[in-house]
Design a protein around this ligand. Structure first.
Ligand code: SF4
Ligand code: SF4
Length: 267
C-alpha cells in the first residue's frame, strides 16, 4: 500500500511502533522513494517492553533518522518521559514529541486514565514537559486534552514547552480494510458506516458532524455543565468518547435513547 501510494505521488506520515520485519526495514533504508515517508514512532517507557523489542525498534529508529519523531501515549497516571532525549540524540530524530492521552473506546475495554484523574496527570505532565523543553525538545498534543487538566498557573509552562495547541475534539476519518469508516478509533464502536454509501469526503464529514452534534454541548466532567470554557469553545470538554461514557453512566433516559440511535449507525 505504501509503495502504491508513493508511486501515485503521495507523501506519507506513518504511525508505527517500529517493530518492522527485516524486509520492511530494508525497504525504508534502501528505496529512494521513501524519502517522502515520515514516521511517528509510538514508543513505550523502556521498562514496559522487552530488550528484544527495544533493539528491534532501535534499528527502525536508526533507519528513520531525521525522518522520524517520537510519539508517546499516556494511558496511566505514573509515567516518565526521561528516556526520550537519549533516544532522540542517539538516532538523530526530530526534536519533537507527539503526546496522546489514551481515550476510552466506546463499547470496548482499554487502558486509559479515568476522567476524574486527569488533573493529577496534568500536574506530572507539566514537570515532564519542562524536562524536555530544557533539552530543546517541544511536544505537541493530540486531540481531546481538556483545558482544566492543567492548573492556571501551569498554563504558561505548558505553552512554552509545546507547539501551539488548542483543546479540540476533531479528527480525520479512519478507513478500515473492509472500507468501513469511522470518525476516530474511540468512536469506532458506535459510529461506523460503509465508505461507499457517501459521495464525497464532505458528505461523510457532514454526516458524522450531525450525528455527534447533540452530544457536544456536554463535556466529560460534571463541571463542564457550567464551564465558561466550553461555552466559549476554549475547551472541547475532553474526548467525546469520554463524554458519551459519562452520559451512559448518568442514565438519563432521553440521552440513553439518543445514544441508542447513534449505536444504530453501524455498518
Ligand atoms: S472523540 Fe474527539 S477527542 Fe476523542 S479521539 Fe475522537 S476526535 Fe479525538
Ligand atoms: S469544559 Fe469541562 S473539561 Fe473543559 S475546562 Fe471546562 S470543566 Fe474542564
Amino acid at each position: 500500500m505504501i509503495s502504491r501510494s508513493l508511486d501515485s505521488g503521495f507523501s506519507i506520515t506513518l504511525f508505527t511502533n517500529g517493530l518492522w520485519p527485516r524486509s520492511v526495514q530494508d525497504f525504508f533504508e534502501k528505496d529512494p522513494r521513501t524519502e517522502r515517508v515520515h514516521f511517528i514512532f509510538n514508543v513505550n517507557e523502556p521498562a514496559m517492553q522487552t530488550a528484544r523489542e527495544s533493539s528491534w525498534q532501535a534499528e527502525s529508529l536508526r533507519i528513520a533518522g531525521a525522518r522520524g519523531c517520537l510519539g508517546f501515549n499516556i494511558y496511566r497516571e505514573e509515567f516518565s518521559l526521561g528516556f526520550i532525549p537519549e533516544l532522540i540524540d542517539t538516532f538523530s530524530l526530530q526534536k519533537h514529541v507527539r503526546l496522546g492521552l489514551a481515550s476510552p473506546i466506546f463499547g470496548h475495554d482499554n487502558s486509559h486514565v479515568a476522567s476524574s484523574r486527569l488533573r493529577r496527570v496534568g500536574k506530572s505532565l507539566v514537570a515532564e514537559l519542562q524536562g524536555l523543553e530544557r533539552r530543546d525538545i517541544l511536544c505537541s498534543f493530540d486531540c481531546g486534552i481538556p483545558l482544566c487538566m492543567f492548573d492556571e498557573e501551569d498554563i504558561g509552562r505548558v505553552f512554552l514547552s509545546t507547539t501551539p495547541w488548542a483543546s479540540l475534539c476533531r479528527s480525520g476519518i479512519d478507513v478500515g480494510p473492509d472500507l468501513s469508516v469511522w470518525p476516530c478509533f474511540p468512536l469506532s464502536g458506535i459510529l461506523n458506516v460503509p465508505l461507499l454509501d457517501f459521495e464525497s469526503r464532505d458528505a461523510l464529514d457532514v454526516y458524522f458532524s450531525e450525528k455527534l452534534a447533540p452530544f457536544r454541548k456536554y463535556g466529560c466532567l460534571e463541571e463542564c455543565a457550567t464551564c465558561k470554557y466550553l461555552l466559549r469553545k476554549q475547551c472541547c470538554g475532553g474526548c467525546l468518547a469520554r463524554t458519551l461514557l459519562s452520559l451512559q453512566d448518568g442514565g438519563d433516559p432521553g440521552i440513553l435513547q439518543a445514544l441508542k440511535r447513534l449505536e444504530g449507525c453501524q455498518s
